[in-house]
Design a protein around this ligand. Structure first.
Ligand SMILES: Nc1ncnc2c1ncn2[C@@H]1O[C@H](COP(=O)(O)OP(=O)(O)OP(=O)(O)O)[C@@H](O)[C@H]1O
Ligand SMILES: Nc1ncnc2c1ncn2[C@@H]1O[C@H](COP(=O)(O)OP(=O)(O)OP(=O)(O)O)[C@@H](O)[C@H]1O
Ligand SMILES: [Mg+2]
Ligand SMILES: [Mg+2]
Lengths: 252, 252
């Protein structure tokens, strides 16, 4: 059965979109069937694949204006993308419907994408109805973290909201941390890593994604790092992260 | 009369909080009377000044649970902070009140802080009711930008929403870009700067804030760069940015 994973962290700029795009492509190159959902109205996941023209996307599907199949684009072998769509921002501001407003995505995914191995949901940097929909729809979280203090603060904020969802929905999330934008020489990065190892034992994926200009460049070509610089350190980082993800290989 | 400025960019992690905290302190050290408002429910501006204990803040004031004076904290000479407060996140999800939901902050600031020279509002990475409140309440925008492609994409998204507000509210914002987290050796950073100079002539403040580990470290001590490493390159960057801000000195 399909694994649905939210790539989530309400702290901005920690590498959610970069992790979603490049990890998904690395998994697809290893033969996994992967679907990406751009759940951020900014639409940066679509941009990272050169898919900028789509007006309709997951937003329109959740508002029942169209079907999921009609907005699903095959972007690479074994990899399809469901763009954000111009209506996605309206979900954040829905005022009618109470708690059901958080359950829209789960209802759609319950009957779709069953032929896939993985569905990755790239979440926006906020804790509103879009984040709630992602948390209702999934049991597994991939949490990109950058190696700095405010990112650590953000993590404790995220954990508090995850715990609330666990209580209300009576479930327990499997949580994986990914160290992204990691600067291996900075003292602060090492300190942050030590704190994370203490508080999240056996939950930090073994490969660290190092800070590298190429990762900031490749979205401007609509390419992932695996095709922009396949022989680079960063491409190796993501291939190795894909292995860890599949084998649940963590740092000790 | 008081200048109210929104430090805004819905793209996450571009340096909104870092710019707010350090610029405000640099202005205060030059004798300006400055008030910071932490308008992000994450509360990272408060954390950057070591102010973590406050339960009540601007959120409670907007919901009319308390007064502005009672939540205003003097944090340094000439510098006061209005923390986020635990209720701020509720503003994002207000369902009653229509357009008035966007006007809450303006109404409060209209009758407050008149003795100040500057009020800086640190905005969250989203485009919901909190961003709307900041845009209703101010005529001037300070837009931190990091030197990478997705940040450029984010800027065109921001400009589109700013234009909508200008039309609906029938006003024109003064806009200043600040290059933050700038990596002076990266080719991409220079390319982004050239694109910005073309599209935003006379609107980019002359001083670039360079990427430096110290700026990521100082929030962990509850200090600004001006007091953590007063002799450092980054402290000089912010003192110089404060001069540009006061004199409207831009890049040519
Ligand atoms: N390892 C890395 N090395 C260098 N740059 C990176 C790395 N990871 C991400 N970036 C760059 O940093 C910026 C932020 O990353 P990204 O947009 O993926 O974060 P995000 O968490 O999705 O942001 P948002 O909160 O706005 O959704 C982007 O410009 C991206 O290209
Ligand atoms: N010039 C810089 N050099 C090094 N690190 C920086 C610099 N500016 C900001 N940072 C670090 O980058 C991270 C993001 O910056 P910051 O939190 O200020 O951005 P933001 O736009 O306020 O983020 P959010 O969108 O989550 O509100 C922080 O950990 C901060 O310490
Ligand atoms: Mg993103
Ligand atoms: Mg911030």
């Amino acid at each position: 059965s399909v694994n649905i994973i939210a790539v989530i962290n309400q702290k901005g700029g920690v590498g959610k979109t970069t992790t979603s795009a490049n990890l998904a492509h690395a998994l697809a190159l290893k033969g996994m069937k992967v679907t990406l959902i751009d759940f951020d109205p900014q639409g940066h996941l679509g941009v990272s694949f050169g898919e900028v023209k789509h007006n309709a996307g997951i937003g329109e599907v959740l508002l029942e204006k169209t079907t999921l199949e009609s907005v699903t684009c095959k972007v690479r072998d074994n990899l399809q993308l469901i763009p954000a769509g111009s209506a996605l921002k309206e979900i954040e501001q829905l005022t009618e419907g109470g708690a059901q407003r958080g359950d829209l995505l789960r209802k759609v995914l319950e009957v779709s994408l069953q032929d896939q191995d993985y569905v990755l949901i790239d979440c926006p940097p906020s804790s509103g109805l879009l984040a709630a929909n992602a948390l209702f729809a999934t049991d597994e979280l991939l949490i990109p973290m950058s190696g700095d203090f405010l990112s650590l603060q953000g993590l404790s904020h995220l954990m508090a909201s995850v715990r609330k969802f666990e209580k209300v929905l009576n479930k327990k999330y499997t949580k994986w941390l990914v160290l992204s934008r990691f600067n291996t020489v900075r003292r602060l990065s090492k300190q942050v890593l030590n704190i994370l190892l203490k508080h999240f034992p056996q939950q930090i994926l073994a490969t660290v994604i190092r800070e590298n200009a190429m990762l900031a460049e490749c979205p401007s070509f609509g390419k992932t790092i695996l095709e922009y610089r396949p022989g680079s350190r960063s491409a190796r980082d993501f291939r190795s992260l894909a292995d860890d993800f599949l084998e649940r290989k963590v740092m000790n």
